[in-house]
Design a protein around this ligand. Structure first.
Ligand SMILES: [Zn+2]
Length: 473
């Protein structure tokens, strides 16, 4: 039994996927020439007045509802003062004691165990700019200044890195399904800070450290494992943990002290006088609630319990909201769930991968997909012909019925025609026929293959098998 317990809390920053910034009309687009997505407001010129982007409030409420939070009907913004060159106003407009969302939770499964992670609060704030360090100079790029963020603060409910990983995956899925953030970690759209402490079982919580700017899930996992081990070593050797802010070095796989307790964050907040408080009506909150999509965990549960799909299928189908929607629409158009799932996980995923296309580029409608599956079910084409038709549909905007007709792909189920081909194959392969008659029953598969080849794959294979047996016996 381990004598130590680890206690972890997260602060996750997600950039909102709005078109324009939080207090001005500048674009939120990633990249661009330095300082080209800026105006007097987001570059902090004196005398300007910010105007709150309504979409930012709406997106934060959407995230809050999807994360089971209570929405604060009265909420306010505050100025968080600190000095750093990437912050032109010398304060960040954020929220202090009246955040938009409070007290939510996310249910996760880690190491096979279900667990509920509490959400303390979610608030809106603006992003800062970026410093670009080069030899002999440092430049500042304010393009990212004023890009809207939500900060999601969790309760200290995590005990290990597996739970942290499962939570980040679940959170990313929810933010993607609700279209609140594009969650592109490589562009810094989702970043997290980790608070971690350990204590001996039965004793009060230990001193915590904070690790900043973990910008991949693997970095978060590695950082949590490293820091928990480091604190164990220190405590086991009789040392003390100091309340430091640490920077994780992902390349080196270790962390180092950025700030120690003497100069710990002592931010000065005061209410933002230029922006009115936000007063949200029940009607407004309900309207947003009604636009929320069915979330991925709920879809997986429905696919398994109502449609009888294996969990494996349910997990693959819900990786993308687009694919999951496509699956649901195809089933709604009359197709069998398992057949749809097989074609999505097989041919469709393979063709998208081969072409390097995002799921959203899928050129097949749910209606066409259902039509194709009904052709297979009726026996008009074989399963393997179905795969060929899908491939053609990736290149040509035609219905599966037209493709099958134009190319003569329909399965031959005409007994007369198949019998004729079987006779011919028997006549041309006396050796195989002798083997079969001599007791090698499996030799018949070679004959079936010959007939299929003669029909160019169109003969109904079970009919071929049956007719060959008839003729040979
Ligand atoms: Zn601007």
């Amino acid at each position: 039994m381990d004598e130590f317990k680890t206690v972890i809390g997260l602060e996750v920053h997600a950039e909102l996927d709005t078109k324009s910034k939080i207090y001005c009309g500048c674009t939120t687009e990633f990249g661009g020439e330095e300082n080209t997505h800026v105006c007097p407001i987001c570059s902090g010129m004196p005398g300007v007045l910010p105007m709150l982007n309504r979409k930012v409030v709406e997106y934060c409420v959407r995230a809050g509802l999807a994360l089971n939070c209570a929405i604060n009907p009265y909420s306010r913004q505050d100025r968080k003062h600190y000095f750093y060159p990437d912050l032109p106003k010398a304060f960040q407009t954020s929220q202090f004691d009246q955040p938009l969302c409070l007290k939510g939770y996310v249910d996760i499964v880690a190491d096979g165990q279900p667990k509920r992670i509490g959400i303390t609060r979610i608030h809106i704030e603006e992003d800062a700019g970026k410093l670009i360090h080069e030899v002999g100079q440092t430049r500042v790029d304010y393009n990212r200044c004023g890009v809207p963020l939500i900060e999601i603060v969790t309760e200290p409910d995590f005990e290990n890195s597996a739970q942290v990983h499962a939570f980040l995956e679940a959170l990313r899925e929810i933010l993607l399904y609700t279209e609140v953030s594009n969650c592109k970690m490589e562009e810094g759209s989702l970043r997290c800070d980790v608070n971690l402490s350990i204590h001996r079982v039965g004793e009060p919580f230990g001193t915590r450290t904070e690790m900043k700017n973990l910008n991949s899930f693997s970095a978060a996992v590695a950082a949590v494992q490293y820091e928990a081990q480091r604190q164990r070593r220190v405590l086991s050797a009789g040392g003390k943990i100091t309340q430091d802010t640490l920077r994780w070095d992902d390349a080196a796989g270790n962390n180092y002290v950025m700030r120690s307790k003497e100069d710990a964050d002592e931010y000065f907040y005061f209410p933002e006088p230029d922006i009115m408080p936000m007063v949200l009506s029940d009607g407004y909150i309900d309207r947003i609630r009604q636009t929320l999509p069915e979330l991925p965990a709920h879809r997986r549960e429905r696919y398994v319990s109502q449609m009888g799909l294996p969990l494996y299928d349910a997990q693959l189908l819900t990786v993308s909201k687009f694919i999951s929607d496509f699956f649901d629409q195809t089933v709604a158009a009359g197709a069998q769930p398992k057949s749809v799932s097989n074609f999505i996980m097989g041919d469709i995923m393979r063709l998208l991968n081969e072409r390097g296309w995002a799921a959203e580029k899928l050129p097949i409608s749910a209606q066409s997909m259902a039509e194709l599956l009904s052709l297979i079910e009726k026996g008009a084409i074989s399963n393997s012909m179905g795969s060929k038709v899908i491939e053609i549909m990736f290149d040509e905007a035609k219905s599966p019925t037209d493709i099958v007709q134009e190319r003569g792909m329909a399965q031959v189920s005409d007994a007369g025609a198949i019998r004729e081909m079987c006779r011919q194959v028997i006549a041309e392969n006396p050796k195989i026929v002798d083997d079969y008659k001599g007791g090698k029953v499996k030799a018949i598969t070679a004959l079936v293959g010959q007939v299929m080849k003669m029909s160019r794959g169109k003969a109904n294979p079970s009919m071929v098998n049956q007719l060959l047996e008839e003729l040979l016996n």
